[in-house]
Design a protein around this ligand. Structure first.
Ligand SMILES: [Zn+2]
Length: 190
């Protein structure tokens, strides 16, 4: 990009690295931020810096939080006995956007990194009666469900998983909000 101002070219390059941003969008965003709305640009820059510094992993659910524990784990009104298992912290945000789920969450990336003791502790502490697997269908998630059903059987829980609308191998992120909500509402016993 020899014909562009140096800093502008660098900004375009940086924006291009973001998920789902192509060259054209990067140019449009860079122009907007650097030239059209400098105030918003500085606000965004500040927000990004603060988030990068402040966000960490919740010690109870492995979700995203600003302190030791996230807002959801600290919320005493979310005590309906449901625990939603997701594969990724951002899946919590996706389900929260729907505004229908009023239980707690627990993030399990895979069986290898799972802290079973911590999960058991959370189930007991939060008086969980139903564990809902909100995982995109795959062999990996099927074996995780079987593994946990086996390991947690002594706690007398009900297990279910999100139902229709979630195609095999597709990340929850790529499912529209309505389908995700329906899948959560019409969950099936496992
Ligand atoms: Zn948490």
């Amino acid at each position: 990009m020899k014909s562009y101002p140096h800093h502008f070219a660098k900004l375009v390059e940086s924006l291009e690295k973001l998920p789902s941003i192509g060259r054209k969008s990067a140019m449009r965003l860079a122009y907007f931020l650097a030239y059209e709305d400098k105030f918003s640009a500085l606000q965004i820059a500040h927000s990004i810096e603060t988030c990068v510094q402040e966000l960490r992993t919740c010690e109870s659910c492995n979700g995203i939080s600003e302190g030791h524990y996230c807002e959801i784990c600290l919320d005493e009104n979310r005590d309906n006995g449901e625990l939603c298992i997701v594969a990724n912290p951002r899946d919590i945000f996706l389900i929260e956007e729907g505004g229908e789920f009023n239980g707690k969450y627990f993030v399990i990336k895979d069986i290898e990194t799972l802290n079973l003791k911590a999960l058991e502790q959370k189930i007991i502490q939060e008086k969980i009666v139903e564990v809902i697997f909100a995982l995109s269908p795959s062999l990996g998630s099927d074996s995780l469900i079987l593994f946990l059903e086996d390991k947690l059987t002594h706690l007398g829980l009900q297990f279910s998983k999100i139902a229709q609308g979630v195609p095999t191998g597709v990340s929850l992120e790529n499912i529209d909000q309505l389908s995700l909500l329906r899948a959560l509402q019409s969950r099936i016993k496992v």
